[in-house]
Design a protein around this ligand. Structure first.
Ligand code: BGC
Length: 524
């Protein structure tokens, strides 16, 4: 009897608690409803900004973790999300290269073909010509054979237009095979300097095959299918970051890091502490980090980032790239604006058809909104109208949109900065590595009498390419500021980030010269 009574009381208490909880939710909901759409959107914005925050201590943890992951990826294939791919490039150009060389640069929605006549230490780049070809969308979603056939056809057409002015000083005739540097900006596991297996397609390419195949063979077979003149020999197969590093090193041997911040994000660097199974004459090799794959629990990810990842063509991969790459920034903004439209009616009763369309907001349009410093944010209003069909917005709404762009870009730029500092840390050029090793443990403090003078830090140049860095001013400013926050003063003075425009294409042709069968003339 007593037991039954107790059960009844418990059920009554549970029912009361449930009613109270529902009442509380209703009250909060009603309170929320009383606020204007802008006020409600501000709550969402506040939460988003909080989740995106990149205070200095978080950036430090990220750069520290980056250096550790780099080591883990080098120590053991698969030891880290950073694949740390050996490139087999030991020799970097030094300016002495001569002759006519071609490059093919594939890695985004366009590819570039390029020819370059190199004239040695005095004349340097005598002449170059290039052509940019958009890749039809269906080829990005088709088969590798269709993609390579298209590329081979355009490469051959370009090569057939080679003028005699490109033969000056290099004893070439029409019949001779042309040497080419192939820049292929997807993760590849190289097996030699000019062979490599595709690990996966990234950046929105969803080709049904190709993974696991040698990229150079795929291109060579497509060239063979085209038949006739000219023939090519792929002298080097490289990543775009490696082309950028090589293009920079051609002019200045302080260039130690090549980085791309464009649609995708990646970096490579000269590693002087190679694992035992990689033997090189110089003890050095360029390593392609595939930085976009970096993962750390310190990364400031939001529910929007998680949704984006889940719905992407490569869920679970390229976590860092999805936070910093130009391909994703506009999409993150779109998703947050959609959330604000649906949960707070930020844009009133307008139809949201366009706002619901993935990837409709490209980063250049987002950057235009962000750059808008007119008092009425006229450009923001125009982009909302042109891209999303959202006409007639009030100034407070446009202000919120502006802050959304700022938040997404600031996070991206500061994380990219942490990436650069992580690399400097790994190679002992961040100005602190004297005390903190890559293992992350503090070395025991030495007494003053034991301290030796720190060796003078070497100058380090990062050769940088990519539309995000080049064209998005506020991104660049935020990134540079964060690099300075993170580095010691001495290290900041020794670091130069240099725009190396289209370096990956020219760099590939110069590397082809460096590794030509005709002549060898370079050193690391
Ligand atoms: C690719 C890298 C490339 C980077 C920049 C990434 O998506 O995986 O190989 O270097 O984009 O183009």
């Amino acid at each position: 009897m007593q037991e039954q009574m107790a059960k009844m009381l418990i059920s009554m208490a549970m029912a009361c608690a449930a009613v109270a909880a529902v009442a509380a939710v209703v009250m909060v909901w009603q309170k929320f409803q009383k606020h204007s759409p802008c006020e409600q959107a501000l709550v969402l914005l506040y939460e988003f900004r909080h989740a995106c925050a990149t205070p200095l201590h978080v950036l430090r943890q990220i750069s520290e973790h980056m250096a550790l992951e780099m080591q883990a990826g080098l120590d053991q294939p698969g030891g880290s999300q950073l694949t740390m791919l050996p490139t087999f490039i030991e020799k970097l150009p030094n300016g002495s290269e001569e002759g006519l060389f071609y490059a093919l640069d594939l890695g985004g929605t366009n590819f570039r073909v390029l020819r370059c006549l190199l004239g040695g230490p005095e004349a340097r780049v005598v002449k170059q010509e290039h052509e940019e070809v958009p890749i039809p969308r269906q080829l990005m979603l088709g088969t590798s054979e269709e993609l390579f056939d298209f590329i081979a056809m355009r490469l051959i057409t370009f090569m057939q237009r080679e003028g005699p002015e490109f033969h000056r000083g290099c004893n070439l005739n029409d019949q001779q095979i042309r040497e080419l540097g192939l820049t292929f900006s997807f993760p590849i596991r190289q097996t030699s300097i000019n062979t490599g297996i595709l690990i996966q397609w990234t950046k929105g390419f969803k080709i049904t095959d190709g993974v696991g195949k040698d990229v150079v063979t795929m291109l060579q077979s497509a060239m063979d299918r085209q038949k006739g003149w000219p023939q090519i020999r792929v002298a080097v197969l490289i990543n775009d970051t490696v082309g950028t590093l090589a293009g920079g090193h051609y002019w200045n041997d302080d260039v130690m890091i090549g980085m791309i911040l464009g649609a995708g994000a990646n970096a490579c660097y000269v590693e002087g502490n190679l694992p035992n199974d990689i033997q090189t004459k110089s003890g050095k090799m360029v390593v392609n980090m595939e930085l976009g794959g970096f993962w750390s629990s310190h990364l400031p990810r939001t529910d929007i980032d998680e949704q984006l990842d889940n719905e992407s063509v490569n869920p679970g991969d390229a976590a860092f790239e999805k936070l910093i790459g130009g391909m994703y920034l506009g999409e993150i903004v779109r998703r947050l604006l959609l959330k604000m439209a649906q949960e707070a009616r930020l844009f009133g009763g307008v139809t949201l058809t366009k706002l619901k369309q993935p990837f409709i907001l490209v980063t250049p349009e987002m950057s235009k909104m962000h750059a808008d410093d007119s008092p009425d944010l006229i450009v923001v209003g125009k982009v909302l109208r042109d891209v999303f069909d959202i006409g007639q917005t009030e100034l407070p709404v446009r202000r919120i949109v502006h802050i959304v762009c700022d938040t997404v870009t600031k996070r991206s730029a500061r994380l990219a900065a942490a990436g650069i500092v992580g690399i400097l840390k790994k190679i002992g050029r961040d100005g602190w590595s004297d005390e903190v090793g890559v293992s992350g443990t503090l070395k025991p403090l030495r007494r003053n009498s034991e301290r030796t003078a720190r060796p003078e830090l070497k100058r380090t140049i990062v050769a940088m390419d990519g539309s995000l860095y080049e064209h998005y001013n506020r991104f660049r400013i935020y990134m540079q500021a964060a690099v300075h926050e993170l580095l010691s003063e001495a290290a900041a003075r020794k670091l130069v980030i240099e725009l190396s425009k289209d370096g990956s294409g020219v760099g590939a042709s110069i590397l082809a010269a460096c590794h030509s069968e005709r002549k060898h003339s370079a050193h690391t």
